[in-house]
Design a protein around this ligand. Structure first.
Ligand SMILES: NC(=O)c1ccc[n+]([C@@H]2O[C@H](COP(=O)([O-])OP(=O)(O)OC[C@H]3O[C@@H](n4cnc5c(N)ncnc54)[C@H](O)[C@@H]3O)[C@@H](O)[C@H]2O)c1
Length: 283
């Protein structure tokens, strides 16, 4: 039985663990405290119950949660065959987590980095097995999105890429191969768009509602960029734009001050109940 560890039980970790368990994988979900893990299990249960309504399959929450064990700290991942890391988009946090994983994991374990913009080669350099580290940029909400970006780092072995492709296929995902450049394909474009949309609100050119209405009504996008920001997490958008700005040293990625203020104020979008819009329930 393949055991998959999932590090980080936030927006992405919840979706990745759900998707793995739904696909029959024994899943170990890890975060830094029990309350986050309790909330994550409640969110997975809720998402299972809503699955049918949202156009997905009918799911039994108890069956899905029966394949997920939770633990505080990465020590619980010593026997994992794969680990999918989904911690905060912050280099200091990611670096520390990958150093811990390097101490704990079996040398054969494959480490999958889920990041919006941090280069995979940089993450892989933290541990002693860069050939076993590969990037996968999952899309949100994970169980509902059939395509991911698959990103080998400089030292990633071809075998690591292929076993990861098989795992993704088992999760129902098609992997699009992308080279290792900060932001990959999707977020080089999406983060610039969301950042510029935030500038429109910041400068008073239009309200968030008007910006989103233009994208939905004129371009046929199912969601506008600021609704998308709330879904992704306003803090995660800011951190990703900061990574792009630092990496390319290019002013076109200058982070919008409104994103900084919203992040400081806890307006992180759906996950905190308020972002560009207000939500009745978290999540
Ligand atoms: N939100 C999206 O739509 C999206 C999409 C694709 C990729 N990503 C990337 O996925 C990663 C996770 O994003 P998210 O939106 O889930 O963030 P999030 O803020 O919702 O969750 C991050 C989680 O990591 C946990 N964490 C922090 N330090 C930890 C540690 N030392 N050990 C274990 N857990 C720790 C936090 O407690 C939190 O639960 C980021 O790198 C992000 O860029 C996000």
């Amino acid at each position: 039985m393949t055991v998959v560890g999932v590090v980080g039980a936030g927006v992405m970790g919840i979706g990745v663990a759900h998707n793995l368990a739904q696909s029959g994988y024994e899943t170990v979900l890890v975060d830094i405290d029990e309350q986050i893990l309790t909330d994550a299990k409640a969110a997975i249960s809720r998402n299972c119950r809503l699955s049918r309504l949202m156009g997905g399959p009918a799911l039994d929450p108890d069956e899905i949660l029966g394949r997920i064990t939770t633990a505080v700290g990465v020590e619980a991942l010593a026997k994992a065959d794969f680990v999918i890391e989904n911690v905060t988009e912050n280099w200091d946090i990611k670096r520390e987590v990958h150093a811990e994983l390097d101490r704990v994991l079996s040398p054969e374990a494959v480490v999958i980095v889920n990041t919006s913009a941090i280069p995979i080669t940089r993450v892989a350099a933290v541990g002693s097995h860069p050939e076993r580290v590969v990037g996968v940029h999952f899309m949100n909400p994970v169980p509902a999105k059939p395509v991911v970006e698959l990103i080998p780092g400089f030292h990633t072995a071809q075998e690591t890429v292929e076993v990861t492709r098989q795992l993704l296929s088992g999760m129902g995902k098609k992997a699009v191969d992308v080279k290792d450049a900060s932001g990959f394909v999707s977020n080089r474009v999406l983060m610039l768009t969301v950042n510029e949309a935030a500038y429109l609100v910041h400068e008073g050119v239009a309200t968030a509602e008007s910006v989103d209405e233009v994208f939905r009504g004129c371009f046929g996008h199912p969601m506008g960029p600021l609704e998308t920001a709330d879904l992704i997490g306003v803090d995660t958008i800011l951190y990703s734009v900061e990574v792009l700005y630092e990496h390319y040293a290019d002013s076109k990625y200058r982070p919008c001050p409104l994103l900084k203020q919203m992040t400081d104020a806890g307006l992180h979008g759906r996950k905190t109940g308020r972002g560009f819009y207000t939500y009745d329930n978290k999540g």
